[in-house]
Design a protein around this ligand. Structure first.
Ligand code: ZN
Ligand code: ZN
Length: 376
């Protein structure tokens, strides 16, 4: 068995501190030792100490240890005072031990449970709520800025008093020629004709060649020696028991091991590589027509024998406007039908949305009539 260490207690009645564990009544107020929690000076229950850290431990003499014993004090349920294990009757009120059922540890457990319950019942701190409250004005401000921005972006910049000064249009048909190409590859695509073939390096395979033995450095942890350390447990009677323990101390040991490893070699793999000819329809030119009035037409399509019409056909319709400062701007309209309604000399208004940049011809009330695009 380990040695016995002196415990201390504080008087819950008068607040006297550091009363030795073998003292049964408070030297200040004289009350019997009751609802207390024992502690060690310069240390605590369940802490660990190394062998060389025990200089300040206050050990009891053999006689003191014998006297105090190892068993917890029993708790008198009539007067709430603690009594020595060997006492058959309460030294404070004389009640018998048989009529009291709890001891120091039962009482400590009861008190800890009561403290935990009290802590759990306490309302949550106010800090979180206060923080939430103080953030609200900032959120409102951010929302207001966002709404303001949306309103601004949906707003538009309007150019009125524009006069149409010119119209123009272009139409275009792409033309493709059937051209024979010479190409190479691992396969011949549909419609290709083989010209020649050869064996060519396609990839390398890793093939097991042999095994070899290699010396490998390894390490492992081995027990070097054992060292002693101590822990302390509350006896529940004003003393603590010192318990001696052993724990292993490790060191790293290095050793070499022979390992058998596979050795691979790269083997080239060849495959048939083709040269082939293939006919492909290839865009080569465009046939275009253009004008500066409302009479539009597609260009006449003159195709050579090895040519065909490609896709897509394109058509573009433009009008030019002049503002009050004589600045000229050219706009494009998607549908010919809309463009046909615009004449040189017309007055109109164009409105551009700030956010999207989308532009429209609008009427006097600002209603959108035709979508227009900056000329590209
Ligand atoms: Zn006291
Ligand atoms: Zn009593």
């Amino acid at each position: 068995m380990g040695r016995t260490v002196m415990g201390y207690w504080d008087c819950p009645v008068c607040g006297s501190k550091g009363i030795a564990g073998n003292v049964m009544n408070c030297p200040a107020c004289g009350r019997a030792r009751g609802d207390v929690r024992f502690y060690m000076k310069d240390g605590a229950e369940n802490t660990t100490r190394e062998a060389d850290e025990r200089g300040d431990i206050e050990y009891l003499t053999e006689e003191q240890a014998q006297e105090i014993g190892k068993n917890p004090d029993w708790y008198c349920s009539f007067c709430n005072s603690l009594n020595k294990d060997h006492a058959a009757f309460c030294t404070n009120c004389g009640a018998s031990r048989e009529s009291s059922e709890s001891n120091y540890f039962d009482q400590l457990k009861k008190r800890q449970e009561a403290e935990a319950a009290e802590q759990a019942a306490q309302p949550q701190p106010q800090a979180a709520q206060a923080k939430k409250k103080s953030r609200l004005p900032l959120l409102i401000l951010i929302a207001a800025v966002i709404i303001g921005l949306i309103v601004f972006m949906n707003g538009s910049k309007t150019q009125g008093d524009l006069t149409v000064t010119a119209l123009s249009w272009t139409r275009s048909i792409p033309i493709e020629q059937n051209i024979q190409y010479t190409e190479e590859g691992w396969t011949i695509p549909q419609g290709g004709t083989e010209v020649s073939r050869k064996q060519a390096l396609h990839h390398y395979d890793q093939v097991l060649d042999h095994y070899e033995d290699v010396e490998v450095q390894r390490s492992r942890e081995v027990i070097d020696h054992y060292e002693t350390y101590y822990t302390y447990t509350d006896n529940g009677n004003g003393s603590f028991s010192e318990v001696e323990h052993q724990r292993p101390v490790y060191r790293t040991e290095y050793y070499t091991e022979t390992e058998t490893r596979p050795v691979y070699r790269s083997v080239p793999r060849y495959q048939t590589y083709y040269t082939y000819t293939i006919w492909r329809w290839t865009p080569v030119r465009e046939s275009t027509s253009s004008g500066s009035d409302h009479s539009t037409f597609w260009p006449e399509l003159i195709l050579a024998e090895d040519e065909r019409e490609g896709s897509p056909r394109t058509e573009r319709y433009f009008f030019e406007v002049q503002d009050k400062k004589n600045v000229l701007t050219t706009w494009q309209i998607e549908q010919e039908a809309d463009w046909q309604k615009i004449n040189v000399g017309d007055g109109l208004t164009i409105s551009t949305q700030r956010g999207s940049g989308a532009s429209w011809i609008v009427d006097e009330k600002g209603n959108k009539l035709v979508r227009v695009y900056p000329a590209r």
